[in-house]
Design a protein around this ligand. Structure first.
Ligand SMILES: C[S@@+](CC[C@H](N)C(=O)[O-])C[C@H]1O[C@@H](n2cnc3c(N)ncnc32)[C@H](O)[C@@H]1O
Length: 241
């Protein structure tokens, strides 16, 4: 889900500001920390729940190698889930936060956005998989109302077939629970699973409730994901317990 618009937004927002990315490790090449650092961020932090296991495939190691190759060597690395109150207390807050490819993997997205609000002082750049109100392909049609969202564990077989095919069309062949077998039976701590198909307006409403004002919206991943530039509004939520 790489996207030049996201990089532009991150570079513009992060210049002269402290910056953190949440969930930037998978695939590594889409990480935004080096984009922010090279644009003049004053400090950068990577937060991801992937464990540091010492193997050759260690994503933290790959990220550090990539950052070093791009001349970025002073990033703070924090292993933890954004949904964990302890992570939020540990990291503090940042002027600018970028989080993409994460929200639809979170079983409680409003709670996740409130956690992101707690660590964001000014600007959140949020990217998430999303769906238009109507998806049609050889497997059939799925239609929802504006502002709706579909919970993947509740999909019918025919909805799952249409949405699974829609992701496969652009190379999304391992969407766990949609077009790829689950490792768990919808355990609430399974962040590999694809929990949600959100419409664009659903996420905009969640952002407002969580304490952000949405300023700009853009589509990416061939219409299967939406990017939100949001500014903080009001006071941050009290820490979750
Ligand atoms: C699908 S990848 C997205 C990678 C990249 N940001 C992108 O847009 O291509 C999801 C990443 O978010 C991390 N992640 C998922 N849920 C998370 C959570 N609750 N807290 C922190 N990281 C999380 C995963 O470990 C993984 O590195």
């Amino acid at each position: 889900m790489g996207d030049p618009v996201r990089e532009q937004w991150v570079a513009t927002a992060a210049a002269g500001k402290s910056f953190a990315e949440v969930g930037g490790l998978w695939g590594t090449i889409n990480e935004q920390v080096t984009v922010a650092a090279r644009a003049g961020a004053t400090a950068t932090t990577m937060i991801d729940m992937v464990p540091s296991d010492g193997s050759d495939e260690n994503l933290w190691k790959l990220f550090c190698e990539r950052a070093a190759s791009l001349g970025v060597t002073d990033t703070t690395c924090v292993q933890g889930s954004i949904d964990d109150p302890e992570t939020v207390q540990r990291v503090g807050s940042f002027d600018v936060v970028s989080c993409s490819g994460v929200l639809y993997h979170c079983p409680n997205p409003l709670s996740t956005l409130r956690q992101l609000r707690a660590i964001t002082r000014e600007t959140l750049i949020l990217g998430t998989a999303s769906m238009p109100e109507t998806v049609s392909n050889a497997a059939g049609t799925v239609s929802v109302e504006t502002g709706a969202a579909l919970l993947v564990p509740a999909l019918t077989q025919s909805q799952r077939a249409v949405l699974g095919q829609w992701l496969r069309e652009i190379g999304g062949v391992q969407a766990l629970g949609v077009n790829y077998p689950m490792q768990t039976d919808w355990a609430l701590d399974d962040y590999g699973a694809w929990w949600w198909f959100f419409t664009r307006d659903y996420v905009a409403a969640l952002l407002r409730i969580a304490g952000f004002e949405v300023e700009t919206v853009a589509s990416y991943w061939e219409g299967r994901a939406t990017l939100y530039l949001a500014r903080t509004a009001g006071s941050p939520p009290p820490p979750a317990s």
